[in-house]
Write a protein that binds this ligand. Structure first.
Ligand code: HEM
Length: 490
């Protein structure tokens, strides 16, 4: 007997359901009959509850918040959300680990994703970054190989550090990021206690058509806090998710001070570091941080799947005044993310409330799976009866047309412009890794080199020798300490 409720249980077509717990059977002991449409609907929907998890960054937590501009940036960019001190823009931020599956531990030694969707008045800008200012690679064509080497062993389905180091031994460009990942900063204590970085060089451009190269930094106001391997091993797998949800629920809103580094196009031509090499930072002494705002998270999601799981961030979601850069990795990402979204969520991914622009939007794309959600769900009924082709004769009556004023200034090609595959294997892979090593305390150096030794000792002799060679190029003491730590483990 069902308990009486003011809210009738219905099936998906909205019809009240009389019986939900007992299937219809021929006689008390069965079998079930073919008129069990109610049970069939439940089972069929249940079978389809999962969508593919993200191929990387599968495990994550998200929340909404506010970005407040504290410095007018109209000198550098026409981006409307960066005009006028005090301007506020709603954001959605998703933190993640990279390598593990959806139910893996929040406390892996792994970079943390830091993806922010700014719902600006001229469309959504996605800043899809990490908690590290650099990355393991400088060419996107290597990304699938890299990720294969870091994820589980294809035979045993277990983590296998020998494979990770085998990839790194063949890709010395990773040394700077390895030095960060294996350091005391490798396991953040929570999502609130880490910085975020665009890592890539992006751009600003202003109404005079001048372009600036820009790196974004989000400095945690909670302070950096990390865990040792031993502390991390004792943490509950979903601790970082809980920490974030609990902090926001109790009104302890986490926040970040937002800063940028800005380089002119002219300076980029002669800067000693390739400004578009994702394995390198721009030292603060050369390009100081300029504070521009505050980002606060203040609202948890109502539904994890609808919002956090279906959130779709793309480095290609740009707004007028913010552009990409010639960084090869970034270019690869411009393709990879929307492609992943169409596969993982569907071609109308941007109609979902979490992804939908908060400003009016009009285009000539139509139909496709799940097109036409009602306005209450963030879309507008597949743009109704509006004209669905362009050019057309209806622009004067309000049909959408391109806005010439938001054209990005043309981008010059830097250096020699031969179309070919450029091998960057032997570029400077070590100097910034060495610089970072040398500013570490003795204790930090010990943690770093012991963490590396624990994995490297499991690799082949040839991999060990090549890796030790790279560490020695960064700093002789760096290699020496790893060698010593490995000897103690053998
Ligand atoms: C060419 C190199 C790269 C490729 C091909 C790539 C590809 C991908 C793909 C396919 C996803 C899953 C997207 C989805 O299903 O929604 C993803 C997620 C992500 N990637 Fe990358 N990635 C690359 C490099 C990077 C770099 C350099 C960063 C940071 C600086 C980064 C940060 C992220 C973040 C934060 C997410 C999770 C976004 C979210 O929370 O939904 N990736 N990446």
């Amino acid at each position: 007997m069902s308990k009486s409720s003011k809210c009738p249980l219905t099936s998906a077509n909205g019809a009240p359901v009389a019986e939900d717990q007992n299937s219809i059977t021929a006689g008390e002991r069965g079998p079930v009959t073919f008129d069990n449409w109610r049970m069939f609907e439940k089972l069929a929907h249940f079978n389809r509850e999962r969508i593919p998890e993200r191929v990387v960054h599968a495990r994550g937590s998200g929340a909404y918040g506010t970005f407040t501009l504290t410095r007018d940036l109209s000198k550098y960019t026409i981006a409307k959300f960066l005009q006028g001190k005090g301007k506020k823009t709603e954001v959605f931020l998703r933190f993640s680990t990279v390598g593990g599956g959806q139910d893996s531990s929040d406390y892996a030694r792994d970079p943390r994703g830091f993806a922010v969707k700014f719902y600006t008045e001229e469309g959504n800008w996605d800043m899809v970054g990490n908690n590290t200012p650099v990355f393991f690679l400088r060419d996107g064509i290597k990304f699938p190989d890299f990720i294969h080497s870091q994820k589980k062993d294809p035979a045993t389905n277990l983590p296998n550090p020998a494979r990770a180091y085998e990839f790194w031994a063949n890709n010395p460009a990773s040394l700077h990021q390895i030095t960060i990942l294996m350091s005391d900063r490798g396991i953040p204590a929570s999502y609130r206690h880490l910085h975020g970085f665009s890592s890539h060089t992006l751009s600003f451009w202003n109404k005079k058509g001048e372009r600036y190269w820009v790196k974004w930094h989000f400095k945690t106001n909670q302070g950096i806090r990390n865990l040792t391997n031993e502390e991390a091993a004792k943490m509950p797998a979903f601790g970082a998710q809980k920490d974030l949800v609990d902090a926001i629920n109790r009104g302890d809103y986490p926040s970040w001070t937002v800063k940028v580094q800005i380089m002119t196009e002219e300076e980029a031509k002669t800067y000693r570091i390739n400004p578009f090499d994702l394995t390198k930072v721009w030292p603060y002494a050369d390009y100081p941080l300029i504070e521009i705002g505050q980002l606060e998270l203040n609202r948890n999601v109502d539904n994890y799947f609808a919002e956090t799981e279906q959130a779709a961030f793309s480095p290609g979601n740009l707004v007028p005044g913010i552009g990409a850069s010639p960084d090869k990795m970034l270019q690869a990402r411009l393709l990879a993310y929307p492609d992943a979204h169409r596969y993982r969520v569907g071609v109308n991914v941007n109609q979902l409330p979490v992804n939908s622009p908060r400003c009016p939007f009009h285009h000539y794309q139509r139909d496709g799976a799940m097109a036409g959600m009602p306005p209450a769900f963030g879309s507008d009924n597949n743009q109704g009866g509006g004209v669905n082709f362009y050019p057309n004769d209806q622009v004067a009556k309000g049909a959408p047309a391109p806005v010439a004023e938001v054209a990005e200034p043309p981008m010059p090609i830097l250096g020699e412009a031969w179309v070919k595959a450029y091998d960057t294997h032997d570029e400077d892979n070590f100097s910034q890794a060495g610089d970072l090593y040398r500013v570490m305390s003795d204790d930090q150096k010990n943690q770093l080199t012991q963490n590396i030794a624990g994995g490297l000792v499991q690799a082949t002799k040839s991999v060990q020798e090549r890796m030790l060679g790279y560490f020695a190029e960064a700093d002789a003491d760096y290699a020496m300490r790893i060698k010593k730590a490995m000897a103690a483990l053998k």
